[in-house]
Design a protein around this ligand. Sequence first.
Ligand SMILES: CC(C)(COP(=O)(O)OP(=O)(O)OC[C@H]1O[C@@H](n2cnc3c(N)ncnc32)[C@H](O)[C@@H]1OP(=O)(O)O)[C@@H](O)C(=O)NCCC(=O)NCCS
Length: 169
Amino acid sequence: MQEQIQRIQPDQADVLRTLRLQGLEDAPEAFGRRYEEIAARPNRYWAEHVQHYATSQDSATFVLYRNSKPVGMAGAYLEGGRRDHAYICNMWVDPAFRRGGAGARLVDTANRWLAEQGVERINAWVVESNAPALSFYENLGFVREEHKRLMPGNPEVEEVLMVFDTALL
Ligand SMILES: CC(C)(COP(=O)(O)OP(=O)(O)OC[C@H]1O[C@@H](n2cnc3c(N)ncnc32)[C@H](O)[C@@H]1OP(=O)(O)O)[C@@H](O)C(=O)NCCC(=O)NCCS
């Protein structure tokens, strides 16, 4: 099976929308948004965001393909354009392709892109009860910090901060 990871292209609004909704449908507890909220967003929203994620220096989405079919994604961004506020987000792999290193390759791609933007420390908020994701990030060299927050959009859920030092790349 052929695998590829590529930055999303400006004409792939449908790919971005489909992957986001697949992730929310599959693992609603992992993300701070409701499926219905994201599904209701107009075409204009996706067209604008895909353009940004495809071309911006502050934000990028990477797509995982298996035999040319999109089956996973990872987001990377600098909050407020700040290199000292870098995040990985919207990390999702189709359950049919998990436990084979695809998620790790997506995060590695996103990490390297952030490092190219001059980032030294990469953050990921992870739901505290999401043991697979915590283990996943730890395996990749992310270290759990003491700092916690209530999930934006769902204040009943606690998230922990995982941090990666780009010197490890
Ligand atoms: C987290 C996720 C992206 C991992 O994708 P993946 O392709 O399976 O990742 P990899 O194959 O690179 O890494 C596998 C590692 O992740 C962890 N992991 C993944 N699934 C796991 C599970 N069900 N139970 C325990 N650990 C798990 C383990 O550390 C595993 O290593 P191992 O196979 O040596 O035990 C995927 O499980 C997913 O999309 N989950 C739903 C969405 C989600 O939780 N996203 C994270 C939001 S912060």
